[in-house]
Ligand binder design. Sequence first.
Ligand code: SAM
Length: 407
Amino acid sequence: MAEPSIEIDVDLDVQEILLAASQHDIAKLRPLIRSNEKVADPINVKDPETGYTPLHAAVAACEPDEEEKDDSAPNGAEVNGGQGSEHAQLVQSGVETVRFLLLEGAIWNDLDNNNETPGCLARRIGVIELYEIFVDAGVRAEMLLNRLDEYEALSDDEEEEEGEEENEEDETAAQEEGDEAPELVEGPDVTNNRYLESNLTFQNDRLLDQDQNGVMMAWETEIMAKSAKKLLPTPGLRVLNIGHGMGIVDGFFQEQAPAAHHIVEAHPEVVAEMKRRGWHEKPGVTIHEGKWQDILPALVVEGHTFDAIYYDTFAESYADFRQFFSEEVIGLLEQEGKWGFFNGMGADRQISYDVYQKVAEMEIFEAGFDVEWEEIKVPKLVGEWNGVRRPYWVVDSYRLPLCKYMD
Ligand SMILES: C[S@@+](CC[C@H](N)C(=O)[O-])C[C@H]1O[C@@H](n2cnc3c(N)ncnc32)[C@H](O)[C@@H]1O
């Protein structure tokens, strides 16, 4: 008989934290979070009904009344009206509370029962000030995790014990930024090696792996056309494309009559299909069968250089992509050359897409390149996903990157 009352007590304690968060009452929140012996991980408690964490509660309290909303915000998000009004003050206290909770170690991208992170909620209710705080928190967390991955790779390589203390400190910091949270970029649930061993299905409008993951789809044609045109604006240039897929981007490269057109492709069935379609006989085309990780260093040794490089692979991680732009491009790209990539990281959630754009931009910059973005509206994709395991694209606009060496 004692158990139900314990549960009720715990629930009341959880509700007390969530209530203080929704009231933006930092003075009350501080002891509830810092010295709460009754609740485990008080900063990340969840309301059993809504799945709200204190961050969600602090954001939800900022939802403007109907008359305060207007429809003028970008991307269809509603925005708070009354600047300087009561609502603006509410948003201000919301900003302070959210900052406080993040500093105390709240997970920035935990999901509620509506499958929304606190940032998604902020965007949906139109409080862009809060949305941007979450994007920045996401960028910090991801950068830190990326650094940790680098350290791990280093210590794996060298099998060094020293330096572990530093890693532990970083790990604690990463936990504070929320590495227990859901993955920011939901991958297709398959590793590159498993994908490369998988059987493929070629259809008119799509290429699927054996788990029905969409490897490439025809709706990306306009993106491929624009990317090719930007990278190869005039005939007679030399281009390197990594990942042939359905051959869409390579088709657009061919239209520009390149002097050399190298294609790196790792999947044996894609290579077979390329040959069936006569790609090996097209003007200027050289097919390199294998993973770019093995092919590109050999191209550097052979002294090949290109005016344009495009990267669009499948089932690779952000760390693979970073290895590509920070280690490989420099050896292959002409001084005046341009490179680009299919910018699909995090595209199954707007906030992840925004976070990854910033992370990639910073790291591309660190690797010595400038990046320009062009925004392209993506039509609503509905029927496209029939028969595909998971829609990998939900955001409204594609941001097309064009990268060059820094001046
Ligand atoms: C998304 S598709 C490329 C689509 C292409 N841009 C188009 O326009 O059709 C990705 C391609 O990259 C290939 N790929 C995956 N991992 C690779 C790797 N490590 N090295 C080279 N190619 C890879 C896949 O087999 C697949 O053909």
